[in-house]
Design a protein. Structure first.
Length: 156
């Protein structure tokens, strides 16, 4: 007769992973209490309460994180809206090393911190790597690193 007093081991592993991801996501760029994940341009409505809203388009870089593809193309893409009517002009897909070099050149050129825009099917590992790359170039007050114990032991 099977013993029903113990939950399956995979359930604990899933819960542990979900908990670690929640902790990691709460620590990503905690400057304004939430990270910059994206923005939407909303039409201005003519009311007294809307008069304080900005009327012009904000031109910012966007770091998109895509799901992995079979041909080995990197999951990262930097894009920028040069014109509000045209839409974003994407760059080539980048690997992590290329992304870090490109972010360093943007920072050196005086550009602001890009918005992080993950695709719904992108890997959590790629999202966290992108957030870390942004944080390394545009650091905020509070930073936390989550390092797996196995990797730490292997580096000794």
């Amino acid at each position: 007769m099977p013993d029903h007093n113990h939950a399956p081991a995979w359930l604990f592993a899933f819960v542990d992973l979900a908990f670690l991801l929640i902790i990691a996501m709460t620590q990503v760029g905690v400057d304004d209490a939430s990270p910059d994940f994206g923005e939407i341009s909303v039409p201005k409505i003519r009311t007294e309460s809307a008069d304080a809203l900005p009327a012009r388009f904000h031109n910012r870089w966007q770091l998109r994180v895509y799901p992995p593809v079979a041909d080995g193309t990197g999951p990262f893409e930097l894009s920028r809206n040069d014109d509000a009517d045209v839409g974003p002009k994407p760059s080539d897909r980048l690997e992590l090393a290329g992304l870090e070099r490109r972010l360093a050149s943007l920072k050196g050129g005086g550009e602001g911190r890009p918005l992080l825009a993950p695709h719904e099917d992108s890997l959590s590992q790629d999202l966290l790597a992108a957030a870390n790359a942004i944080e390394n170039q545009w650091p905020r007050r509070r930073r936390v690193a989550v390092i797996p114990l196995a990797a730490e032991v292997a580096n000794r």
